[in-house]
Design a protein. Sequence first.
Length: 403
Amino acid sequence: MEDELKAVAEGLSARLGRSVAIDDPNIRLLAHTAHDEDIDQTRIRSLVERRGPEEVVSLLKDLHIAEATSPVRIPPRKDLKFLARVCVPIRCEGRLFGYLWLIDEGSSVTDAELVLASEAAAAMGQLMHRQQLLGSLRNSRDRDLLRDLISNQPTVREPAAAELVRLDVLPDGCPTVAVAIRVTSPHSDTTGAQAVTLDLALQRMVRNIVPASAISLSRSGGFGTVLIAGAYLPSHDMLRGHAELLIRTVEKNNQAAQVQVGLGPVLHGLAEAHRTVSGAEDVLRVASAVPGFAAIARYEELGIYRLLLHLSHDELPLEAVPEGLRRLLREDREGQLALTLETYLDLAGSAQAAAAALNLHRASLYQRIQRIEAITRMSLSDGGDRLSLHLGLKLARLLDITT
């Protein structure tokens, strides 16, 4: 579309003998044609930064150009080093797609030239409208194919992978990694604004990922998935940077929202896409049940939870968690002893390290350990008991067992 817009702008520029600039509805530069005429600091800043000075942007918005349906002459502002202009709204079927700008010092743009500029703006509006429709269709198609690609059924996954490759959306035979996102908010979203914000943030993330290819899928309940494939995947730091930008975008629109991002394992080929997506979603599952995980966490950081997640939790009886540990969880109302036990076991039974992590005197730590052993009737000096308690604690979190 950029080439087509540029061609229309250059055609108009040649007929008028003056430069033409095209902005999107947010007054960000899309295209520009050079010509031998005076330009101002606003045009120079726009060419360099793709957007004019904020004070000029505010001025233009205050003039309500977004509501215009015909050319608007805008007077100069010497204090802002802003030359007079004609703004021609770019519309199609009533929708605003941007603005066409002509320098208009001394009201030099004639009525006949305004007619030509309006005709060019109408052609641009049709181009941009068509591109939007095609983009929506492509996004919808890609979402459907990604949904099939990560299906539980191989007979659904295989044709989806082949179609994504045929359409040159994703390459096959390359490293692949998934990013899973969950957005939660204490406020009910009756307007669907949160879903729209997440979808736009996912699309922005997809556009920013280079040189690899990526597609995204947003689902109800505040969940989203981005699948990335390519010979050269973004580094971990770059991927984390993309995730941080997504989080900021969502939280900017809803400060009460909490965003958790899970980075799946790097696997090979589209046939493994469902596994990296599953791994990324495992991160979300663990992070929702286990405190202490950062807002952006990797599958490799799950530790023992990577194994426990593969157990069939629906079929696990309550007795899978040792009786002594269940007794401890019932009596330990404030969770102090459970935290002490988990910290002590996570630190390989080092009393010194556990006391430092819990900010306790070592004698106080030993007193707690004695209470734990008395309640559980298990010994932390016994390897079998220690393993049972350690795994039991992790499993209890996933099963949400507190009594």
